[in-house]
Design a protein. Structure first.
Length: 180
């Protein structure tokens, strides 16, 4: 029961400190779950982020479920999911009840503008860390470049990109295995 409480509280903390969506959560989640708690490795975190993005739903919840499930099975997944959404639920309830009265104020509009900029910086930080743990050679750079172009120029679904990456990775592994 203590482990479930620890999972819930850790993800509650992550959920409370995350502004700007699931991608903004990645550096905070990495710091709490990988560095502080040591529940998963950097490589596992990158895998969970990728799988969480490919599945329907919110990346933060999907990733939390993977980590919680890995730590304590189905109860751990549920505890992590509830923990990550609970603070947002409470905050949204409070803000929604108050925002209508203050949304027109220039101070509120300025605050939201600056928050968007800070969230962009957090997302960039997550990209840099994922780049360091995932792109290790020329093959990785090529896969990244193709996936980036497909995602930005052609609005290819992330699911399609990941499935193609799986296929290319398996082909690459087989070809490289024959050369060694």
């Amino acid at each position: 029961m203590r482990e479930l409480a620890a999972i819930f509280l850790s993800f509650c903390k992550i959920g409370a400190l995350t502004f700007g969506g699931g991608y903004a959560m990645l550096p905070i989640l990495r710091r709490e779950i990988v560095e502080r708690r040591g529940w998963i490795s950097d490589e596992d975190a990158a895998d969970y982020f990728a799988m969480g993005q490919c599945l329907p739903g919110i990346i933060a919840v999907n990733t939390a479920v993977f980590i919680g499930h890995g730590k304590k099975g189905i109860p751990g997944g549920i505890a992590a999911a509830l923990g990550v959404v609970f603070p947002s639920f409470v905050i949204i309830l409070i803000i929604a009840s108050l925002l209508q009265n203050f949304a027109h104020l220039p101070q509120v509009q300025s605050a939201f503008y600056v928050i968007r900029i800070a969230v962009a910086a957090l997302i960039f930080d997550a990209v840099v860390k994922m780049w360091k743990s995932g792109v290790k050679d020329k093959f990785g750079v090529c896969v990244f470049a193709v996936a980036f172009v497909l995602a930005v120029v052609l609005p290819v679904s992330p699911v399609v990109l990941v499935l193609c990456a799986v296929a290319v990775g398996n082909i690459h592994r087989r070809v490289r295995g024959r050369q060694v």
